[in-house]
Design a protein around this ligand. Structure first.
Ligand code: DOR
Length: 451
């Protein structure tokens, strides 16, 4: 499809700062052969800009230009756990993987659970982040009534509630406290949905067993019970929900039946790996919460990708050092890195015919913009931020630990050959990654939201 013939050949009088020339651009109207002109970090013009001048020209011939990929679930470990990651290394990993915006989780040390700790992260990210960013505030039993005031602060992507315990100490497991959290504020509450009582009940059942029992401990019912309870509270309070990293076949019909209340996220690793094979091959490197499950669950998640009910993809980038991962299960920590592999993994699935490129864009830019109310991000149209993920859809590359920029130094996908690769990451008109190299210096800014 080519739309360039019908668009006017307009030239900015002072020239553009940047033109992406000759690429296939994925716009809300479909894939079009267009040039994209950028002025002052915003998309100024889409059309035929053959005769326009620009300070910088990016030759996008043979490449696809996508709206910048947003990863709405990352753990970058700063402050407190910076031997695993920090905002600088995590955002570098994001940029190398084609991600232009990340939202970061509050289970750092200390937890991000008050305005000062949020402001600290925002200030730190202004200095060290390669990409745009926002941070979640963690709900606690103590701060419940103050969350409504915190969710609108600069750089806040919303409130995260851990309904079941995972890495760190954040936990709001009792329905009466979850209700208090839901009554404070208006934005969607983002939930880690596993039932704490069931997790605790079952914890001792698997003593001495290997990590392959992780999905039996944290079983399908843990997730379904918690999600059912959250939906009931959502109905009662009128507060909308976003369920993070959905993993079970049992939750999908529940979520589908309540789309007026709930949006949800799926992770690339849950779409790619399956038990028991992943535990046999990767051991505790495949351990995360909620767990990687068997192919029946993976198939259900793919159906939610195919039929449109899943709203966003998130990596749940959760790095841990190899030393920590070497502890015997269940002392081995849960989580795996992923912000850098989200785009190549999912492009490989596009090439395998598992989803269309348009659906990938919907899940990684339009979807997060809709779910979180991001301003001026998520579409390639004039007036929006000039955030682009430029991809070579036919490049054949191998994901390796060496390529991974995360401080943890490993990826569960080491050695995986994929087709489709991010070749440039452009953040508000600045090329921050080109052909695998970081360029310039960190210049990320907080995302703006309609709150
Ligand atoms: O596997 C996980 N790791 N799930 C979470 O909920 C937290 C994360 C982490 O921070 O390590």
């Amino acid at each position: 499809m080519s739309g360039s013939g019908s668009l006017p050949n307009v030239v900015a009088p002072g020239g553009f700062d940047l033109i992406l020339r000759g690429g296939t651009v994925v716009t809300p109207s479909g894939r079009l052969q267009l040039d994209v002109g950028v002025i002052d970090g915003r998309i100024a013009q889409l059309g035929s800009l053959a005769s326009a001048t620009a300070a910088e020209i990016y030759d996008a011939k043979g490449l696809h230009v996508l709206p910048g990929v947003v990863d709405p679930q990352c753990h970058f470990r700063e402050p407190g756990l910076t031997h695993k990651e920090d905002i600088g290394s995590g955002s570098a990993s994001a940029a190398l993987g084609g991600v232009t915006t990340f939202f970061e989780m509050p289970n750092t040390q200390p937890n991000t659970d008050d305005p000062e700790r949020l402001a600290w992260k925002v200030a730190r990210a202004r200095e060290t982040s390669w990409t745009d960013f926002a941070f979640f505030v963690g709900a606690t039993n103590e701060n419940a009534e103050r969350l409504g005031a915190m969710e609108t602060l600069e750089g806040c992507s919303g409130i995260k509630m851990f309904c079941g315990s995972s890495t760190g100490t954040l936990l709001v497991d009792k329905p009466e406290n979850q209700r208090r959290v839901m009554k404070s504020g208006r934005r969607r509450i983002c939930c880690h949905s596993e039932d704490e009582a069931r997790l605790q009940e079952r914890k001792t059942l698997f003593a001495g067993k290997p990590v392959s029992f992780h999905p039996q401990w944290r079983d399908e019912d843990c997730a379904v019970i918690s999600t059912r309870n959250l939906l009931a509270l959502s109905k009662e309070t009128g507060r909308r929900l976003h369920i993070l990293h959905v993993t079970t076949a049992g939750e999908i019909p529940l979520l589908t039946a309540h789309k007026q209340l709930v949006t949800f996220e799926v992770c690339p690793q849950h779409l790619t790996l399956a038990a028991p094979e992943c535990y046999e091959r990767l051991g505790s490197l495949a351990q995360m919460n909620p767990p990687i499950r068997d192919a029946r669950h993976r198939d259900a998640l793919w159906e939610a990708i195919r039929n449109g009910t899943a709203d966003v993809l998130g990596s749940d980038h959760a790095p841990h050092s190899l030393d920590e991962k070497a502890k015997p299960w269940p002392q081995s920590p849960s989580g795996m890195p992923g912000v850098q592999t989200l785009v190549p993994l999912m492009l490989n699935h596009v090439n395998d015919g598992k989803l269309s490129l348009e659906r990938f864009v919907d899940l990684t830019s339009a979807g997060p913009a809709r779910v979180f109310g991001m301003l001026q991000k998520g579409r390639l149209v004039p007036g929006y931020d000039a955030d682009f993920t430029v991809i070579d859809l036919s490049a054949k590359k191998t994901i390796t630990n060496d390529w991974s920029k995360s401080k943890c130094g490993w990826t569960p996908f080491d050695g995986l050959q994929v087709t489709g690769w991010p070749v440039a990451t452009i953040s508000r008109g600045r090329i921050v990654m080109r052909d695998g190299a970081l360029l310039g210096k960190p210049g990320g800014q907080p995302v703006k939201f309609e709150v």
